[in-house]
Every structure is written in structure tokens, then in C-alpha cells.
Ligand binder design. Structure first.
Ligand code: NAP
Length: 624
């Protein structure tokens, strides 16, 4: 068997596993028609479950060992994917999803069309930021053999994961979907990796693929200007040794959306004598023991940090301006069992299909966002799928608060789930039922020297205030300035209605400049997990550079007409979605900027958006 585990261990492993993944991986090895005839795991009866487990245990007892199957031929792959979700997948979806099981070494990455051409002398790409997307771009450039430098203002790779170090910071999508598809089977210690482990992971990837040796830390880009005579970007970079000038043929911005904290300004703020802490500036020596603490905000951050802070603090006041839909996640906070780790290492294909199934859970999410007018006319809130989720989440709040009617009346939102970014529960509702935690829903009127005063005149005396008030998404690429053709500053270009881009990646007047996780980039639905998108955006940018180099050109720039056409269509599409409708909460949604435009999300159905981002439409792009 090639391992030292016994049959009972194997059985426990299979029982703990994702049975859909077990079924498909086993079928891939055996072609056993009985497996194909079984329904998906959620519909398995006891006999079917036993049959599947018995077959898997028997197979593993004789065949377990390391390895990964080759990608099956297309027809077989498609049949396996259809079997996994019990759905016939149309071509659009198949094309978007075929690399999700991760059988190939470097899914989605771009390559030269033939032999690698000779590069212009001194050719260099500057990647700004060494977080998830900057590292993905580095790997892409490594694969192409294009010289590059990654600049990061911080001292280590990891981007947002180095910035956010507050208690219990961790991913809120299961780690098997929050990893690169080219780095297979990473040994996460928990199902939802903690911040420190995500940092270690990014450090590992950056080292393994050679990106780290091209990364220059403590390099803060202040200004970049495009020299139209030479078609190069001139970067002014602050370093520990003073100002450095770097010239690059192209810039890839991988600076993230959540770079600038949004700090609130309350009347009397300066008079408060204790510390005010934004979670992205969490002090290393933070100690809540015996303290009275105000936490302002109940987005993903405020929700994630309440329970651990409340466990130590004397008293916590949670200031909630708008209730959120906060949902539980299966296996959140749990260690990956040794049995599952063993299965990942010794059941070839299990990792691939587990990953596929974990992502498949998001395939249908677009359905939450589209209203059903007939349903509403019959008294429904939004559409049947969304209303069902609303009922489930309402029941969850009720269970977590032990049916406390007073709390329920303050906690259940009056807008539809999925109007805003879903928030994952880290024991937030439960913490509100603790004796030392109080929910405050009256608005904040002002800060006093000793605490927070609400509009009804109540004063909450505290030692410190945590402002989990989010990030300033309107300040994209800020505070650096980018000056493109004709002396145009990107911030002037965006001053009338906020940051915009073509396909989230390019802007006219800014040749040879790409953005990863740029304006309107995050797929609103039909998700495949963000790390896949970091690779897709990198590959798109790389395809533009490849064509520019292969054709001996020095400039690649989106046409103004294409940029405007794309954004008009994007605004029209956005209007159809819950996020901008009255049933949502558009005025209280960081996805929507102060100009009333959706700014973080791409409104398109995920596979359609992926199609757009997979291959450049060369008619939209000037190459000169
Ligand atoms: P956020 O979602 O923008 O939430 C900010 C919170 O602060 C909201 O509750 C907001 O209330 C409140 N707030 C803002 N200004 C206020 C004011 N002046 N007075 C009172 N309340 C105020 O920010 P976030 O929680 O930092 O999350 C941002 C994003 O970061 C997330 O959506 C996610 O994409 C990412 N994130 C991810 C993870 C993870 O994956 N583990 C963890 C944390 C964050 P309103 O609702 O009324 O606006």
C-alpha cells in the first residue's frame, strides 16, 4: 500500500472527505459504472453512501500512494466535470472551468506564439506590489523569461496579508480555493488558513518560483510618468537610500483594492485620549485584557475580530451602523485532520476534485443577484433563491442569539442577502450574547475625551476605539501618481466618477500599463476564487506584452472608444443587479463608490467575464 496507515484510518479519511470529490476521483481511476450511477453527495441515501465509502476504502487499501493523474482527454474531462455537479455544462462554462481541477502545471498562463523572440535591449517590466497578484505576475513573467522587477513598499511579500494582522485574521473562503492553481496541494494546517499561514504560503510561492529574487522591498512608488519619446515609464521610487529612478517598458499594478484605510471623522475625535486603532494598523503589543473597548464597524474585519477581543476585554461595545447578513462556513476555524492530509497526499486526484467541488459551490451565485418581478408581485422580497437564503440566515441569527427578540430586531437586515459582500461569522452573533458585549445601534454623535456619545445622548466610556471602518476604494492607485500621455494624471482622469478601466486592466492615455484587481475587477458572481483571477489578469497583461514584443512594437494601449463602450455596457449591466437596486443597500455598500457606480465588481456573469479576459480583442487595442 506504500503507507503505514491501517484500514480504520483510511475509512475515517474517506468518511471525513468530500464525497463528491471521492466519487469523481475514484471514477477517474476505475471507470466503475456503479459510481457514475450514484447521485451527488447531498442526495446520497445511507446505502449509496456506504457503497461509495466501501469502494473508496477498498481501492485505497491497494492503490494508495502519491501522485496526480494526467489531465484526461477533453471529452472525458467534461464528463467528469458534469458528473461532479450532476449538470450538463454548456461550452461557455466548460471553457471557463476546465482548468479548475488544476491538472495542468500552469493553468491559464500565457506563452509565446512560437520561439521566444529576442527582447529589446534592457527590456524591463515593473510590477508594483508583491501580494497575491504581484506574485502571480512575477510567475507569469518568469515563465515567459521577460525581465522584471517587483517593487513593494513593505519588507516582505504578502500585500494585504502583511498589512492585516488583527486577531483571528484569516481567509473567509476555504483555502483550497484561495491558492494558486500552479502550486498544487499546499499543506494548509486549517481549512481556512490564518493570516500568518497565508503570508508563509505567499513567501513560499515567491521563493519557489524565483519571484522573490526579483523583488525589491521597502521600495515605495511615488510617481510614474510615461516618456512618450522613448515609450518607457519613469518610476520615482522612495527607498531607504533615498529616491531611486527606475525605467521600465511596462508597469503592472498589483497594488490591491484594500490598500488605504478609511478612517472615520467624528466630532470631538481629537479630544479622545485613548488610542484609535484601524485593524490594518494593529499594534504588535495589543493587549485587550481588562480593557473597555469600542469596536466601530461590522464588516468582514469587525466581525472577524470581535470574538477574540471580547474573550480578553473587560467590556466591548459594538457600534453597528447597518446590520449585515453574516453567514457561517462549514469547517471554519477547524484544523485539517491528519486523515484528510493523508488523503490529499495518497489519493491521486482527490485534491483536484475537492478543489473543483469547493469552487463549484460558487457556480450558481449569479442567481442571487437578478430580481424576479413575478415573484415580487406575489409578495416575495427579491427572487426565490435569494429569499430562501434570507430565511436560512434569519434562522441562523435566531439560533445564534438564542432567539433574543431585542437583538434580532437590531440584527436582521431589511435588505436582501448578496447586496453587499457576504460576511463570514467568526462567532460574532454568539459574542453579542456575552455579558461583557453590548450592541449599540444608535448613531455615533461625537467622541468625548473618555469615549463615544451616541445621538440619544448616551456615553460609552472606553479605553480604546477600534475603527473597523473599511478601506477607501475610491483611492485606487493612490497616493502614487501616474502620469500618462499628454501629461494626464490618472487621478485627474478618474476625478469625475471614480476609477474605471477597460476589462479592469487598461486605461486609455496610459500605454503599457496594466492593473490587476483593478477597478470593476472582482467577478460579482459565478466565482472561481480570486487567486485564479490574479493568474487570468496576469496572463491577459502578458498576452499584450507578448504581442507587442513579437511584433516589434513599443506601445500597447486600449482605444478610448473601446474603453467607453466597455464602461457603458458595464454600467448598464450593473443596473440589473441587486447591488444597485433598492432591495439592496447601495448607499451603504463599499462596492458602490460615492458617485453611485459599482467600482469593485465586474457585473458580468462569471464565465462570460472570464471569456472577455482570456484573450485580448485586438480590435480594441492599439499596438504601435
Ligand atoms: P467594510 O466591509 O467596508 O465595513 C466597514 C464597516 O464600518 C461597516 O460596518 C460600516 O458601516 C462601518 N463604518 C464605516 N464608517 C463608519 C462610520 N463613520 N460610523 C460608523 N460605522 C462606520 O470594511 P472591512 O470590514 O474592513 O472589509 C473590507 C473588505 O476587506 C471585505 O469586504 C473583504 O473584501 C476584505 N476582508 C476580507 C477578509 C477575509 O477574507 N478574511 C477579512 C476582512 C476583510 P455601514 O455598513 O453602515 O457602511
Amino acid at each position: 500500500m506504500g503507507t503505514t496507515v491501517d484500514a480504520a484510518f483510511i475509512r475515517r479519511a474517506v468518511e471525513l472527505a468530500d464525497l463528491n470529490a471521492v466519487r469523481v476521483a475514484l471514477f477517474q481511476h476505475t471507470g466503475d459504472p456503479e459510481l457514475a450511477a450514484l447521485p451527488v453527495a447531498a442526495s446520497l441515501d445511507d446505502a449509496g453512501r456506504e457503497l461509495l465509502i466501501d469502494k473508496a476504502v477498498a481501492w485505497l487499501e491497494t492503490n494508495a500512494g502519491p501522485g496526480m493523474p494526467d489531465e484526461p482527454p477533453e471529452t472525458e474531462l467534461r464528463a467528469l466535470m458534469n458528473m461532479a455537479t450532476a449538470e450538463e455544462m454548456p461550452d461557455l462554462e466548460f471553457e471557463a472551468r476546465r482548468e479548475l481541477p488544476g491538472f495542468n502545471a500552469f493553468p491559464w498562463t500565457a506563452d509565446w506564439t512560437g520561439e521566444k523572440p529576442e527582447l529589446p535591449e534592457g527590456f524591463l517590466v515593473a510590477v508594483i506590489g508583491s501580494g497575491f497578484s504581484g506574485i502571480a505576475m512575477g510567475v507569469q513573467l518568469e515563465l515567459l523569461g521577460i525581465p522584471y522587477v517587483v517593487l513593494d513598499r513593505r519588507a516582505e511579500p504578502g500585500g494585504t496579508w502583511t498589512v492585516n494582522r488583527y486577531p483571528d485574521v484569516r481567509v473567509d473562503t476555504i483555502s483550497i480555493t484561495y491558492e494558486y492553481s500552479f502550486e498544487k496541494n499546499y499543506p494548509w494546517s486549517e481549512y481556512f488558513g490564518r493570516g500568518a499561514e497565508v503570508r508563509e504560503y505567499l513567501d513560499h510561492v515567491s521563493n519557489k518560483y524565483g519571484v522573490r529574487e526579483h523583488t525589491r522591498f521597502e521600495r515605495d512608488l511615488k510617481r510614474a510618468s510615461f516618456d512618450e519619446m522613448r515609450d518607457v515609464w519613469v518610476l520615482e521610487v522612495e527607498s531607504p537610500d533615498g529616491l531611486e529612478i527606475i525605467e521600465a517598458n511596462a508597469i503592472v499594478n498589483a497594488v490591491g483594492t484594500f490598500a488605504n484605510p478609511k478612517l472615520p471623522h467624528f466630532e470631538g475625535q481629537e479630544s479622545f485620549t485613548g488610542p484609535m486603532i484601524h485593524p490594518s494598523r494593529w499594534p504588535e503589543d495589543f493587549d485587550a485584557t481588562g480593557k473597555r473597548i469600542a469596536i466601530i464597524g461590522n464588516g468582514s474585519t469587525g466581525v472577524q475580530l470581535l470574538a477574540p477581543v471580547a474573550a480578553e476585554a473587560d467590556q466591548v461595545f459594538v457600534f453597528q451602523r447597518t446590520p449585515q447578513w453574516i453567514a457561517p462556513r462549514d469547517k471554519y476555524g477547524q484544523a485539517v485532520e491528519p486523515e484528510i492530509r493523508w488523503l490529499q497526499d495518497n489519493f491521486p486526484g482527490y485534491w483536484n476534485w475537492w478543489r473543483y467541488m469547493a469552487i463549484a459551490a460558487l457556480f450558481g451565485t449569479h442567481g442571487y443577484l437578478i430580481p424576479d418581478e413575478d415573484w415580487k408581485a406575489q409578495g416575495g422580497h427579491f427572487n426565490p433563491m435569494n429569499d430562501k437564503l434570507r430565511a436560512t440566515l434569519t434562522a441562523y441569527i435566531e439560533a445564534q442569539t438564542n432567539g433574543d427578540e431585542d437583538l434580532m430586531s437590531q440584527l436582521v437586515p431589511d435588505y436582501a442577502p448578496f447586496s453587499r459582500r457576504p460576511v463570514v461569522d467568526n462567532g460574532w452573533y454568539r459574542a453579542l450574547t456575552s455579558d461583557n458585549v453590548e450592541l449599540v445601534t444608535d448613531g455615533i454623535a461625537r467622541l468625548t475625551p473618555t469615549g463615544v456619545e451616541t445621538v440619544d445622548g448616551q456615553v460609552f466610556d472606553v479605553d480604546m476605539i477600534v475603527t473597523a471602518t473599511g478601506f477607501d476604494i475610491i483611492k485606487y492607485l493612490w497616493p502614487a501618481d501616474y502620469v500618462g500621455r499628454d501629461g494626464l494624471s490618472v487621478h485627474d482622469f478618474w476625478s469625475t466618477d471614480g476609477p474605471r478601466a477597460y476589462l479592469s486592466m487598461m486605461a486609455p492615455s496610459f500605454p503599457n500599463m496594466f492593473m490587476l484587481y483593478g477597478p470593476n475587477s472582482q467577478p460579482v458572481s459565478g466565482g472561481t476564487g480570486l487567486p485564479i483571477w490574479y493568474v487570468l489578469w496576469s496572463a491577459y497583461s502578458a498576452q499584450c506584452l507578448v504581442r507587442m514584443i513579437e511584433e516589434g512594437k513599443s506601445r500597447v494601449e486600449v482605444k478610448m472608444e473601446a474603453f467607453e463602450r466597455y464602461n457603458t455596457a458595464l454600467d448598464e449591466e450593473s443596473q440589473k443587479l441587486l447591488l444597485l437596486r433598492d432591495e439592496g443597500a447601495p448607499d451603504k455598500n463599499y462596492y458602490v463608490n460615492e458617485f453611485g457606480r459599482m467600482q469593485v465588481n465586474a457585473p458580468w456573469y462569471g464565465p462570460e467575464y472570464q471569456r472577455m479576459c482570456s484573450r485580448p480583442d485586438w480590435d480594441d487595442i492599439d499596438l504601435t
